[in-house]
Ligand binder design. Structure first.
Ligand SMILES: Cc1cn([C@H]2C[C@H](O)[C@@H](COP(=O)(O)OP(=O)(O)O[C@H]3O[C@H](CO)[C@@H](O)[C@H](O)[C@H]3O)O2)c(=O)[nH]c1=O
Length: 399
């Protein structure tokens, strides 16, 4: 069975992390989120993929190539302008000849669910229960039939949502042709489903597991969950006098220097230098080519490739882009003194502990303090001893 993966969008809510990569390439447990999805589909028996790409498409093409490294076949089609999910599917017309699976690229599913889902009759939509249905397409269901679907309603009729997984016959392409621009200015796939709902033919399949990353801070929960469930592999070198439990993955060429203490489930990429005397706490993912140095403490964070956090730093509950440099002594706060939920740019994270979202190529001088809930745009420069707070635009200079 062919599987179309929609991956052309930017994922604007994830800014500044999507300044230089599409949302689907954001790392969770050191792999792009879309790779977890593709691997789950492969393990469910699907080997023939069509990726719809657009925004920063070269990141996706370079990473996945022809798919052979994952044991699958990948063809690419470009959606030039991100006009909506219906438009994204439309660009695959002519490449699909049978019943097919369609997946949003920005979620993670489990292979056993995909396997069972693919046995359903088309048309069928994967559904899931959530406590914030207003952010999604909300479905109403009778038995295993979908009787209604409303996009992003402020008064959702149920807690069941369209999870962004569909099983279609090629007949869907005829319906796409008739779709008009929606209220939010897009050609939406869900508009095509109205016809099936009217005919009474649209089935629902409840997905047991569905991981969606809607906001940047959701990456931390996703990272923690996957780090706890993946199989950990150990390469590289661990010098004497380190504590490194079995639940830590270490990539090729990485050196863990003497005195380093690592706790819990963590993943460290290739060609990193960790320590001497670094303290890495649970649920931390460190990308390739990072340097985490002496007396630096990291906790529950995602650090993207090529970032240097080399001396006397603390970073907790944060997401740090690639190519950043932290001057000696620069630290990130991760707890409000009133114990309230941390807000980022006015939006509540629902988390009592949250540090910062730092874009790519941000340079901090020595002894900077980054306040709780801070968002720093990519390419920013921060002078020594600065206090960084609130929302910092891309390429800012902070003195
Ligand atoms: C707008 C657009 C999106 N995409 C990709 C990006 C994502 O991987 C995927 C979903 O796009 P989004 O714009 O994020 O869709 P979103 O607002 O989340 O809503 C869809 O997905 C939701 C599930 O996440 C459903 O509950 C909604 O009913 C459905 O409309 O499609 C494209 O490839 N091209 C596009 O033009």
């Amino acid at each position: 069975m062919q599987c179309v993966v929609l991956a052309a969008g930017e994922g604007k809510r994830m800014r500044p992390l999507t300044a230089r990569r599409p949302k689907v390439m954001l790392p969770i447990a050191n792999r792009p989120m879309m790779e977890h999805l593709v691997v789950a589909a492969r393990d469910a028996g699907i080997t023939d993929f069509i990726f719809v790409v657009g925004y920063f498409e070269r990141e996706i093409r370079n990473h996945f190539g022809d798919g052979s490294s994952l044991g699958v076949k990948i063809a690419y089609v470009t959606q030039r302008h991100q006009l909506g999910t219906a438009d994204a599917l439309r660009v695959t017309a002519g490449l699909i000849d049978d019943r097919f699976l369609l997946l949003n690229g920005d979620m993670i599913l489990r292979s056993d669910d995909i396997r069972k889902f693919c046995r359903m009759d088309a048309p069928c939509v994967g559904i899931h229960e959530t406590d914030h249905p207003q952010d999604y397409g909300v479905v109403t269901v009778e038995g295993n039939r979908i009787t209604g679907l409303e996009e992003k309603s402020e008064e959702p009729k149920s807690n069941l949502i369209n999870a962004g997984a569909y099983l279609f016959d090629p007949g869907i392409f005829d319906l796409l042709a008739g779709i008009k621009v929606s209220g939010r200015g897009e050609f939406e796939l869900t508009d095509a489903l109205e016809t099936y709902i009217r005919e009474g033919t649209l089935r629902a399949y409840p997905l047991a597991y569905w991981l969606d990353v809607g906001q940047p801070w959701d990456l931390l929960d996703a990272n923690e969950g996957l780090l706890a469930s993946i199989r950990h592999e150990r390469h590289g070198t661990v010098e004497d006098g380190c504590t490194v439990p079995e639940t830590v993955s270490i990539g090729k060429g990485t050196v863990i220097r003497a005195g380093t203490y690592i706790e819990g489930s963590c993943v460290i990429g290739e060609n990193c230098v960790i320590g001497p005397h670094a303290y890495i706490r649970g649920s931390t993912a460190i990308g390739d080519n990072c340097h985490i140095g002496h007396a630096t403490e990291l906790k529950n964070s995602i650090i993207m490739p090529g970032t240097k956090i080399p001396h006397f730093n603390y970073i907790g509950d944060s997401i740090v882009g690639s190519g950043c440099n932290f001057g000696a002594g620069t630290k990130v706060a991760n707890l409000r003194h009133d114990n309230g939920s941390v807000k980022v740019c006015g939006k509540t994270t629902g988390r009592r502990k949250f540090g910062a979202i730092i874009g790519d190529d941000v340079l901090f001088g020595i002894n900077c303090s980054v306040n709780v809930g801070c968002l720093v745009g990519s390419g920013s420069r921060v002078a020594p001893h600065s206090l960084v707070e609130g929302c910092v635009e891309e390429n800012s200079v902070i003195r």
